[in-house]
Ligand binder design. Structure first.
Ligand SMILES: *Cc1c(COP(=O)(O)O)cnc(C)c1O
Length: 388
């Protein structure tokens, strides 16, 4: 079974001819499959899709239909979900440092669940959302994470109990503990270590008169990556077993972003310029760092570029984007089949932290976006008629 959605050459050519490039193609079946894997191997966890990874309305609509909850970080994200008719009770405002506009949006959209990691945040929440249910965001160490989120957020373990007591004393509903082990975490250890600390804090809180009953595992679940081996079902089984052992009564939440959408999108991009510098070919694409490849910068992600050339000797080349900025170079000295003007490249597994952080810098529109399942029957019919 293919671990992620990947278009074949015929589909790529047909779609490019019909819609032009750059083109993003979403498989909603793949999103559904990803959601179901989490439900299967983490059966107790209520999924809260972290929409910053890819807030495309098609993904949000599908996740809402599947029964998912949502993780947001701003007034804009709260408003987006509210406008789609998603009830505030399905949303957690999981930014430990919230804006005034964000807290006001909670009030107007019925969002009451949020995280905090400092005393000043307790004061802010108390002033604007006094009926909030809050989780303490705990800082954990995970140097192995692809994107470390613990240098910016999280209360130190030694401050945790005092902060939780303070939140309760401020009249907030102090309900549990949240953490984020870091994005693209490929082993279960950081989750298990965070759960160890959480278990200790649950006990200390109980002794101090607090009744914690929610554990939020955060995000971090990984997608396939070149040269990285992991076994997600096994990881999730280990986490589930630990939850059953140490938190048999607690309510469990998780906040996957990358895992839900990362493998569900393909980019089709074209070579729009070819030149040679110092003996190395340079290929200019119609999508760059300011577009879908923004993930190279913001997510430190190394994308796979597939050409459909077979039996050719590969060369080392540099790939640049279409803008007039010299920063707009995505990959330097990577191996590729020699390319020509107009050649199409396919970039699989580029659904997370890509189009979400794309800009229209220099007047380039964001890549068009289509849903594969709406298209594929027409494309397949076309393919068949061609072979007749
Ligand atoms: C970004 C983020 C997520 C999603 O992280 P992934 O690694 O993409 O799963 C979840 N929770 C919070 C609080 C986040 O900031």
């Amino acid at each position: 079974m293919c671990r992620y959605f990947q278009l074949n050459q015929t589909a790529v050519e047909k779609l490019a001819a019909r819609f032009g490039t750059p083109l993003l193609v979403l498989s909603i079946n793949q999103v559904k499959k990803n959601y179901e894997v989490l439900r299967k191997y983490l059966p107790r966890a209520k999924v809260h899709y972290a929409i910053k990874a890819n807030p495309h309305p098609e993904i949000l609509r599908l996740m809402a239909k599947l029964g998912s909850n949502f993780d947001v970080a701003s007034d804009g994200e709260i408003q987006t979900l509210f406008d789609m008719g998603i009830d505030g009770s399905r949303i957690i405002y999981a930014n430990p440092v919230k804006t005034r506009a964000g807290l006001l949006a909670c009030n107007s959209c019925g969002v009451r669940r949020m995280t905090f990691d400092s005393a000043t945040e307790i004061e802010k929440i108390k002033a604007l959302c006094p009926n909030a249910t809050v989780l303490l965001r705990l800082r954990i160490d995970n140097k192995a994470a692809h994107v470390d989120l613990n240098s910016k957020f999280g209360a130190a373990r030694e401050d945790a109990l005092q902060l939780m007591l303070k939140a309760q004393a401020a009249g907030l509903n102090m309900a549990g503990i949240a953490f984020h082990v870091g994005s693209q975490t490929v082993v279960s250890d950081p989750y298990l270590q965070a759960l160890d600390t959480t278990r200790e804090l649950f006990a200390e809180a109980k002794a101090a008169g607090l009744n914690l009953h929610i554990v939020d595992l955060g995000g971090g679940m990984p997608i396939p990556e070149e040269k990285v081996k992991f076994n997600l079902p096994e990881m999730l089984k280990q986490i589930s077993a630990r939850l059953d052992e140490d938190f048999p009564e607690a309510e469990i939440w998780c906040e996957p972003g990358r895992y839900i959408c990362g493998t569900a999108v393909n980019l089709i991009t074209s070579v729009i310029g070819v030149t040679n510098r110092g003996g190395m070919p340079w290929y200019f694409l119609d999508e760059g760092l300011y577009g879908t490849f923004s993930g190279v910068l913001f997510d430190q992600w190394d994308f796979k570029l597939l050409s459909f050339k077979k039996g050719v000797k590969k060369v080392r080349a540099t790939f640049a984007g279409p803008s007039c900025d010299s920063l707009d170079v995505m990959f330097r000295g990577v191996m590729t089949a020699p390319l020509e003007m107009g050649d199409l490249l396919l970039v699989p597994a580029c659904g997370a932290y890509t189009s979400a952080s794309a800009t229209t810098f220099n007047g380039f529109s964001k890549a068009k976006f289509i849903v594969w399942e709406d298209m594929k029957h027409r494309i397949e019919v076309d393919t068949r008629s061609e072979t007749l």
